[in-house]
Design a protein around this ligand. Structure first.
Ligand code: FES
Ligand code: FE2
Length: 441
């Protein structure tokens, strides 16, 4: 197949597309539980190229359905969230959270008709602060939810953030499995001499062209980037891609790096970044120091949100957008206060992937040895998606959700003689498993 064809198959997510159908076989996290109130306003929820609507009914149950009323397509966004369901304000038809029509007051003797009418609703599952939706064709037989460890933890132990991004899901995801960018985009002006040797930035800035190994894994793909430390040990940074759109980055201490990040398509040209961390894993100082002082400008981890609106694309947007040049500070960039002139690490990733255009033109790229993980991941996704389309091969992890439990991203040191795989397996035996109780249940 041509690059162009592969690229279309990888990036397009609407119904009937290769990736669209493949991703629809998985549960998709799409909103935070806190975004929907009992009997509150319905919320526009565009997802996978479909215009959906979410609401929480009087019993607390969440419904997610096509925003169009199945009568004559008026938007249920304008509807009334009444006792036990959402009522279309055009002719009064009312639907419960599962999409069943439970009242049809505008039709004389409408009982027979009513029983045959359903809104186009999808299966919903709520777990630990996240709302998940299953958009697969066989709505009666959804797969189990994935055992991604961090999503098994109780909500109060989690830090969950959503950020809207104006670009295709794949290029956004690829930014998270691209080890070579860290020493430039985030740390291009940090010097090794300014850092203590045990600082988390230190290994990155002593060698900005790390070598790395890449493996296919049961959950997707993994890389281990390695650098030899001055003390003779090997420093490994492991990151993962997990089907169909999750990543784990290498930026935390492996032992407690319980986190996962979803890059969920809104449509072909928009996506939602969902960052889920175990709070305990965040208890570390990420900012580098210079002359004993923390460097702040350019190294923060906070997002600058504008207030949410009810618009289709109004949730979790940043104030920095292409039309204001992502608020780049050219003086800071020129003087070396930081490398990009952008004030925080998330923004740097955010802006750089938006700057590539709505959908990266794969035929325009020149991938190198340093992009091995990206090439391998594209191939792994494409093969799995085509195997599903052509042979009905179950998408990885849909029948064996426990494969995700063995996936962890983070950094550790190991004896130079030890292979990455051995060191990884050894570390996995002793890592903290905060979800142990949920796993045992
Ligand atoms: S369009 Fe919704 S009830 Fe008529
Ligand atoms: Fe980054």
């Amino acid at each position: 197949m041509s690059i162009e064809e592969d690229s279309i198959n990888l990036t397009r997510v609407g119904p009937g597309t290769v990736m669209g159908e493949f991703m629809r076989q998985y549960w998709i996290p799409c909103a935070m539980s806190s975004e929907l109130e009992v009997d509150g306003d319905p919320m526009r929820l565009p997802l996978m190229g479909e215009k959906l609507l979410a609401f929480r009914d009087s019993s607390g149950k969440v419904g997610i359905m096509d925003h169009r009323c199945p009568h004559r397509c008026a938007s249920l966004f304008l509807g009334r969230n009444e006792e036990g369901g959402l009522r279309c304000v055009y002719h009064g038809w009312k639907f419960d959270a599962e999409g069943k029509c439970i009242d049809m007051p505008s039709v004389p003797d409408g009982e027979n008709v009513r029983q045959k009418i359903h809104s186009k609703a999808y299966k919903v599952h709520e777990r630990n602060g996240l709302i998940w939706v299953y958009m697969g064709k066989d709505q009666d037989n959804p797969p189990p939810l994935p055992d991604i460890e961090v999503t098994l933890l109780p909500e109060e132990e989690l830090s969950i953030h959503f950020v809207y991004r104006d670009c295709n899901w794949l290029q956004a995801l690829e930014g998270d499995i691209d080890t070579a960018h860290f020493g430039f985009l985030h740390a291009g002006t940090v010097n090794a001499e300014d850092l203590p040797e045990d600082h988390i930035y230190y290994p990155t800035v002593i060698d900005r062209a790390p070598k790395y190994e890449v493996n296919d894994t049961p959950w997707g793909t993994s890389y281990g980037a390695y650098r030899k430390l001055p003390n003779g040990e090997m420093y490994w940074r492991t990151a993962n891609f997990m089907f169909p759109f999750w990543t784990q980055n290498p930026a935390g201490i492996f032992e407690k790096a319980v986190h996962a990040r979803a890059w969920v398509p809104i449509d072909d040209e928009r996506m939602m970044f969902i960052n889920v961390y175990w709070k305990e894993a965040l208890k570390r100082e990420a900012r580098p120091k210079k002359n004993g002082e923390f460097l702040d400008e350019g190294y923060r981890l906070t997002n600058n949100y504008v207030p949410n609106t009810t618009d289709w694309y109004g949730r979790w947007r940043l104030r920095e957008v292409e039309s204001n040049d992502w608020m780049i500070d050219r003086d800071a960039q020129r003087s070396g206060v930081n490398y990009t002139g952008m004030e925080n690490i998330h923004l740097q990733d955010h802006a750089i992937t938006e700057s590539m255009g709505a959908i990266t033109d794969h035929a325009f790229e020149h991938l190198t040895q340093a992009d091995l993980m990206i090439a391998r991941t594209r191939r792994r996704i494409l093969r799995a998606a085509l195997a599903y389309r052509d042979n009905g091969t179950p998408p990885p992890g849909t029948e064996d959700p426990e494969v995700f439990l063995q996936s962890r991203g983070g950094f550790f040191t190991a004896d130079v003689e030890k292979s990455w795989q051995d060191a990884y397996d050894e570390n996995m035996k002793t890592v903290l498993r905060p979800a142990a109780k949920a796993l045992a249940d």
